[in-house]
Design a protein around this ligand. Structure first.
Ligand code: SF4
Ligand code: SF4
Length: 253
């Protein structure tokens, strides 16, 4: 027993203590800072190379709801018009706010990216259970969402967990672009969650179809019929982005 206590003591505290203020290394590609004034006339190298059709020109913008954060646009540009910084908190309650335009700072984006609602805090502020629906994702998003509950990120300490049955859940987290085969299952899972409920689209695929957006094999009618409460970009979203976006939404911090 004494040995076990010593071992436990040696392990120390394994979790990230301050999730809202946790930093990622400079290597992490988070928020895109765009400066269109540096662009050369008629250059469209970034838009040509983008695998996700996330870049619009004139005016230059990046849709982080489509972006895979591959970094190719930054690499190919050469003029410094696009630069990804390591700020990872990119959740938004408004799909339109995910379109980042020239000279938009991260602080400006964050100011009104997540609209907080009193009733959400009252209902889900202390306990929030999700059923995760993997609707034809590549498993990248699913892996990162699973990591949210590991000892490092320990999302459970905020009362937020994933549960096995939609009957036990307060909401649905969707990952993947939603294939024809998964569309009825997604709707079934959604219908099985009691009202009031929250719906989150996590990852580029769920938000916009991502790199599969043009595929005939998708059926994304769900997004026409059901209001999405929170969009969390990434390919996949970092666990810190998921946890902080949800915490911001339920005003738990
Ligand atoms: S980082 Fe995003 S916007 Fe840039 S090329 Fe990759 S997918 Fe496109
Ligand atoms: S958003 Fe990226 S990581 Fe997530 S399911 Fe799609 S391709 Fe995979």
């Amino acid at each position: 027993m004494l040995d076990l206590i010593k071992l436990r003591n040696r392990h120390g505290y394994q979790s990230i203590r301050d999730i809202p203020n946790a930093k990622l290394s400079g290597m992490h590609r988070g928020f895109p800072v765009i400066d269109e004034s540096k662009c050369m006339d008629d250059c469209q190298k970034c838009s040509d190379i983008c695998p996700a059709s996330a870049i619009s020109l004139k005016p230059l913008s990046i849709d982080i709801g489509k972006c895979t954060f591959c970094g190719e646009c930054e690499r190919v540009c050469g003029y410094g018009s696009v630069k990804f910084i390591n700020e990872y908190k990119s959740g938004s309650t408004d799909r339109e706010k995910l379109i980042i335009t020239s000279n938009k700072s991260f602080e400006e984006f964050r100011k009104d990216a997540i609209i907080k609602r009193k009733e959400i805090h009252k209902l889900f502020g202390r306990s929030l259970k999700f059923r995760q629906v993997s609707a034809a994702g590549c498993n990248g998003c699913e892996m990162e969402l699973a990591a949210c509950s590991n000892v490092n990120f320990d999302m459970g300490r905020f009362g937020i967990d994933f549960v096995a049955s939609p009957r036990h859940a307060d909401g649905v987290v969707i990952t993947g672009p939603v294939s024809k085969n998964m569309a009825p299952a997604l709707m079934d899972a959604f219908n099985s969650v009691n009202e009031p409920k929250i719906v989150i689209a996590a990852g580029a695929c769920a938000i916009s179809g991502g790199i599969f957006a043009e595929s005939d094999e998708l059926n994304r009618k769900f997004f026409d019929e059901i209001k999405i409460d929170l969009y969390i970009p990434g390919c996949p979203p970092h666990p810190l982005n998921f946890i902080n976006s949800v915490l911001d939404f339920i005003r738990k911090k």
